[in-house]
Design a binder for this molecule. Structure first.
Ligand SMILES: C[S@@+](CC[C@H](N)C(=O)[O-])C[C@H]1O[C@@H](n2cnc3c(N)ncnc32)[C@H](O)[C@@H]1O
Length: 231
């Protein structure tokens, strides 16, 4: 049984990804905005993955990354707190005849865990669902799940700290998103800033290093940052 103070990961912040309609809309939107093949090529390279590697993706969503990763590694464990996301991802795996991905219900803090240390952990656009204290617990759990020299690929919305005027910064960023993506994505970004738990770069970096991971590489573009970390 969970401790009474345990954070309830099943409650979604921002978009409710337990809703099958939101899941379908998210998948359609991501397929137009993202280039999964290029993302996965980069993830394989920076995580030093090989045909023998096992990978755990946390917050897999509709499973595109897990399924693309599966072709070059031994096994992928893909977890999410949303049963609707997992159903959708599992359906894709079946359609594509991909058998080396295990989809299971679980979050950063609770639920399914691989029963052995993994070579790589991937998590994209999901850690900001947790408030900061719980992010630190999640990162410690990730460090504990990696084998020695195993690597984490963490991509998320992270706010830069070297900003004097956040209102001007957010306005410029949202205007750019509106012109390069759409009004819908701009609206989602506003909602994200207002209601979700994205944190500042120095706080996240402190939590990463205190969890026993070394930051190997940071790449930041606008609101999005990628951290490649090693145990
Ligand atoms: C914005 S989607 C990102 C999905 C996918 N990683 C991607 O890059 O497209 C966020 C996902 O995180 C999941 N999520 C929310 N809270 C979580 C938690 N505590 N642990 C694991 N996944 C969580 C949501 O259910 C959703 O599928």
């Amino acid at each position: 049984m969970n401790d009474p103070w345990q954070y309830d990961e099943t409650i979604q912040v921002g978009t409710d990804y337990r809703d099958p309609q939101e899941v379908r809309a998210y998948d359609e939107q991501m397929l137009t905005l993202r280039d999964i093949d290029t993302e996965v090529k980069d993830i394989r390279k920076v995580l030093l993955l090989s045909a023998n590697s096992t990978v755990w993706e946390i917050g897999t969503g509709t499973g595109e990354c897990a399924l693309a990763l599966a072709t070059g590694v031994k096994h992928v464990y893909a977890t999410d707190v949303s049963p609707a996301m997992l159903d959708y991802a599992q359906h894709k795996a079946k359609q594509r005849h991909i058998k080396n991905v295990t989809f299971k219900e679980g979050g950063f803090l609770s639920g399914f865990r691989p029963d052995h240390p993994v070579d790589g952990v991937v998590t994209q656009l999901a850690l900001h669902h947790l408030p900061d204290f719980w992010k630190s617990r999640a990162l410690a759990a990730i460090a504990g799940s990696l084998c020695p020299a195993g690597r984490l690929y963490l991509r998320d919305v992270v706010f830069p700290s070297a900003i004097d005027d956040y209102n001007a910064f957010f306005k410029t960023a949202i205007d750019e998103i509106r012109s390069h993506a759409s009004d819908k994505v701009a609206g989602q970004t506003i909602q994200h800033i207002k209601t979700e738990y994205s944190t500042l770069d120095w706080i996240l970096e402190g939590m990463i290093t205190r969890s026993g991971l070394r930051i190997v590489e940071i790449e930041s573009k606008g609101f999005l940052s990628v951290y490649v970390c090693e145990k």
